[in-house]
Ligand binder design. Structure first.
Ligand code: AMP
Length: 349
């Protein structure tokens, strides 16, 4: 989606990936990591003007041989946002509320953590977790004991978080350019199931827009961030509590392709390439539904007025995001019923 957004701006993309992927093969040259991963990155960097990433599950050490002006966002942002403990510490420093947390590296620290944050709590791997993977919800010492037996205490470090009794989950996505100018999109309300994002909705008005923008400005400024940044938040008793910082374009911002003046993908490219930012204004209310596990009948979706289909050309697998559909209220007179009928057709696994 980044590469597609680059085409009209004359930006061409190359990709460095772990394995062959159909998603980008006809959008630019695809290079696979060689055994010497660091050298693959250095050789790649020599051919391109700027390197960015679309996942934070990347070891910053891999990029240490690349001149820093060629990497955006900077490695500091990657190092902060790929580690849940660093994310929490930066929020604490900036006076942004988070769930109560405790760093856990040994079974006895797990018990100390439970005594500190109490039940119910969630044990998470500090790095490499996504879509609810690497998380264990603990309601009792029996749960903690069972989780403890299954954990990789030698090579993984964990964080224990108190469960936040939230009323809704939202995300604030914005972009910061090389001169420190920022723009933010409308706040997105997100629905998850089994830790995976199912639905993102944008309203025209949201009373948490201002407070969320303040949180965005603090974090983006602290990280001297360049590019698109997403911050996932819980709303609990009208207060915003930071959950996760994603140093990249974000699934809950996919609605911006049709629903905003400039998509998150285009704005990310504009920021990292030193171009002026585009407006983040939204065109109205919009809803994005993820297609997970099972493909959705293409003709059915295209037959619905105003439904925008994005097929990632990924092979079906339980829990895998295969595509998404966005519906804008300005495109159809049947906004609510169109969303409902797509939701009913999505058989997710
Ligand atoms: P995460 O990978 O941290 O985004 O977690 C995935 C989902 O699990 C979140 O979107 C929430 O629905 C839920 N979750 C994670 N952490 C907490 C928490 N501390 N309190 C309540 N729910 C949580």
């Amino acid at each position: 989606m980044l590469a597609l957004a680059g085409r009209p701006l004359g930006i061409s993309c190359e990709f460095l990936a772990e394995e062959p992927t159909l998603t980008c093969e006809d959008l630019g040259k695809l290079t696979l990591f060689s055994k010497d991963r660091e050298t693959s990155v250095i050789e790649f960097a020599e051919r391109v003007d700027v390197i960015t990433f679309e996942s934070e599950n990347i070891d910053p050490l891999l990029l240490r041989g690349v001149p820093s002006h060629k990497i955006a966002p900077a490695l500091k942002a990657l190092a902060t946002a790929r580690d849940r403990l660093n994310e929490k510490e930066i929020c604490k420093k900036l006076g942004i509320q988070t769930a109560p947390y405790f760093s856990v590296s040994t079974p006895s620290e797990l018990i100390d953590g439970i005594n500190e944050v109490g039940f119910p709590c969630i044990l998470k791997t500090r790095t490499m977790g996504y879509d609810g993977k690497g998380q264990w919800r603990l309601n009792s010492f029996e749960d903690a004991h069972a989780a403890s037996q299954a954990l990789d205490w030698l090579s993984m470090r964990y964080i224990l978080e108190g469960v936040v009794p939230f009323q809704r989950e939202v995300s604030i996505i914005g972009v910061r350019d090389r001169n420190g100018m920022t723009e933010t999109y409308r706040l997105t309300e997100n629905k998850h199931k089994a830790g995976i994002l199912r639905k993102s909705q944008v309203r025209i008005e949201d009373e948490q827009q201002g407070p969320a923008e303040e949180i965005f400005a603090k974090i983006a400024g602290e990280l001297a961030y360049v590019g698109v940044l997403a911050i996932e938040l819980f709303e609990s008793d009208s207060k915003l509590i930071a959950n996760e910082i994603a140093p990249r374009v974000h699934n809950s911002g996919h609605w911006t392709i049709e629903g905003a003046t400039t998509s998150q993908f285009e704005n990310h490219l504009r920021a990292i390439c030193g171009m002026p930012l585009g407006s983040c204004a939204s065109r109205g209310a919009s809803t994005m539904l993820n297609i997970i596990g099972n493909p959705l009948d293409q003709d059915y979706v295209l037959g619905l007025r105003g439904a925008h289909l994005h097929d990632y050309r990924k092979s079906p697998r339980p829990g895998r995001k295969l595509g998404h559909v966005t519906v804008l209220d300005i495109d159809t007179e049947d906004y609510a019923s169109t969303i409902e009928s797509i939701e009913q057709r999505i058989i997710d696994v």
